[in-house]
Design a protein around this ligand. Structure first.
Ligand code: ATP
Ligand code: MG
Length: 570
């Protein structure tokens, strides 16, 4: 491609809404352009990056035995009602109606779509296992789209779904996909880590996220300082610190204290001159099983996903004020476990507490000296968010780092195949439900994560494998006929030899060209200048290391191809 024929519009300044460096650089380097909040045009250079990532994904998916198909982006509500997610998915699901008033949605993920295809076509165990994937536009009406391609509303995802005859086979497929993901992100040139994850709205019971390590990452991750274990902070498990079978259950010695208008842990702790870890806070939720309460130590944080899992509920909403006053006969901001007759789930840390402080279910009053014998609980559970320094059950203590989730793999079990009746006849002629896995990669987010990890003050540094072009042929002075003529010849030869090259054939100054080449981040700059040509030499400059090599014009194409094959621009 010639620069003068390409739509490249680099800019000096980043847009005001670009908070993170990858967003700033991808806009400045003319990779993406915003059309609406969370909705972007992939400019030609950006599209080339995405296509390269997609091809890496394709190659590895096919090598792992998966086959590509393409489901529609617009999906009928009926399928979503069958799985139960039409009501469950919430506002991220963009719903629309056709002219006949039929309900549809834009696919945020495609379990429903794929199960429909498979149940219509797979009848016998002989057709299994089946592993299908697509690379396609998704729409999620994210509450806070931001960071450019990192959290868009419209974005490209590779999503894959596997169908196996039983759990053992499905877990084997999960492992195969996990390994393919490791190869994909390695091939893309990313520094990443697979971590154990919660399964969230997708469902299922076993999952890993692939996290690209980055200071700006949205996801806190905990990893053991001594064994090979890492988990998303939501998932990171904790064990009880004391023997739960031998607890001090004393009771009856609590007292009321006036705490006028003091509702937060900080306010109450400061007023009573105690540390926050002397308090127990209660969090009340409305669920499909009625109101439930979670008890955690004052300085700890509840993980709602953990509570959902322990309480076996799928809907969890903060209890409304009317519910607290009318149904629980408590006082908003002053609720506590003593005297509440709802299921109470206590975090493990409570087991080690005595004489603590709780709300008294009466306005402006707390209890001090409360003990475990003063109220009834469902039991002790792992409910709180683990932090750096907490003991990791697998060994060692947790350390915290930040990551960007670029991919996730799930073992789904029969959640969708059961609900939507994706069955087959087994080798005994009996009907059986297939066992599923699902596997996603954010293509645009992978590109953004790469920029987040690989840039300097001058711009992006693309790894060779996913650069928009591997080589920029930079003609320093196009007005010089010798330079222009030689460059033209060299460009044609490079193209004929299959080198992935863009020729900066603009009349601009060398300064402008170097600046743009650095900003866009082509891994290899092939520089043709007047003086060099006189000496029959060209210069190769590597974007990442800044290293320069002077090479003879004679045999330059062959030499460059060798260097590229060695991954000189990685
Ligand atoms: P997140 O927790 O970041 O919202 P998710 O866990 O909901 O993501 P998945 O359903 O696992 O996302 O989707 C698979 C992949 O799609 C993610 O790993 C991520 O790379 C990508 N992805 C998800 N949401 C977005 C988005 N809003 N913009 C860009 N990529 C996304
Ligand atoms: Mg995910």
């Amino acid at each position: 491609m010639r620069y003068t024929q390409s739509l490249i519009a680099t800019r000096r300044d980043a847009p005001a809404d670009a908070e993170v460096i990858s967003h700033q650089l991808m806009v400045r380097a003319s990779m993406i352009q915003k059309i609406a909040s969370g909705i972007y045009t992939y400019m030609p250079l950006g599209l080339r990056v995405l296509r390269k990532i997609e091809n890496i994904i394709r190659i590895e998916m096919q090598a792992a035995g998966a086959e590509e198909l393409l489901l529609p982006m617009v999906l009928p509500a009926e399928l979503w009602k069958e799985s139960g997610r039409w009501s469950f998915y919430g506002k991220e699901l963009l719903r629309l109606k056709d002219r006949k008033d039929n309900d549809f949605c834009l696919g945020p993920t495609h379990e429903e779509g794929i199960v429909d295809v498979v149940r219509k076509n797979v009848k016998s165990y002989r057709q299994l296992p089946l592993n299908l994937f697509q690379i396609q536009t998704k729409f999620r009406d994210e509450i806070r789209p931001r960071f450019g391609l990192m959290r868009g509303r419209e974005f490209i995802m590779k999503d894959g779904y596997s169908f196996d005859v039983d759990e053992a086979a499905a877990k084997q497929t999960y492992q195969t996909m996990y390994e393919a993901y490791v190869r994909i992100f390695t091939h893309c040139g990313l520094d990443f880590r697979p971590v154990e994850a919660m399964t969230g709205a997708i469902g299922g019971s076993l999952s890993h996220e692939f996290q690209v390590l980055a200071e700006n990452g949205e996801d806190p991750i905990l990893s053991s300082n001594s064994v090979d274990y890492a988990a998303n902070v939501e998932k990171a498990p904790l064990d009880p610190t004391v023997d739960l079978t031998a607890l001090d259950q004393k009771s009856g010695s609590y007292k009321k204290v006036a705490t006028p208008e003091l509702t937060t842990v900080e306010e109450v702790a400061a007023f009573l001159k105690v540390a926050a870890d002397q308090l127990v806070k209660i969090l009340l939720f409305e669920t499909e099983q009625g109101v439930v309460g979670a008890l955690v130590r004052g300085d700890h944080e509840l993980v709602e996903e953990k509570l959902k899992l322990q309480a076996g509920v799928s809907q969890l909403e903060m209890a409304r004020a009317e519910t607290i006053t009318a149904e629980l006969k408590s006082a908003v901001g002053f609720s506590g476990p003593v005297g509440l007759s709802i299921p109470l789930y206590a975090d493990y840390a409570l087991a080690a507490m005595t004489d603590f402080i709780t709300g008294a279910n009466e306005a402006d009053v707390h209890f001090t000296g409360v003990n475990l014998g003063d109220f009834e609980i469902k039991g002790f559970f792992d409910l709180r968010r683990a932090r750096a320094g907490d003991p990791c059950p697998a060994g060692g203590v947790y350390e915290e780092f930040r990551g960007i989730e670029v991919g996730q793999v799930f073992y789904l079990g029969d959640k969708y195949s059961q609900a939507m009746k994706a069955t087959f006849l087994n080798d005994q002629g009996k009907e059986q439900v297939s066992v599923m896995g699902c596997y996603g990669i954010g293509v645009g987010r992978t590109a953004a994560a790469c920029v987040e990890q690989s840039h300097d003050e001058n711009g992006i540094i693309w790894p060779q494998a996913i650069a928009p072009y591997e080589v920029v042929l930079l003609s320093l002075k196009m007005k010089d006929e010798a330079v222009a003529g030689y460059s033209q010849k060299l460009y044609q030869e490079l193209r004929q030899q299959g080198v992935d090259v863009i020729w900066d054939d603009r009349m601009d100054s060398p300064g402008v060209k170097f600046k743009d080449a650095d900003l866009i981040g082509f891994p290899v700059q092939l520089v043709v200048g007047g003086r060099g040509l006189e000496a029959k030499q060209v210069e190769v400059k590597l974007r990442r290391s800044g290293e320069k090599l002077t090479l003879p014009c004679e045999g330059i194409v062959e030499r460059l191809k060798e260097l590229l094959a060695q991954g000189v621009g990685s």
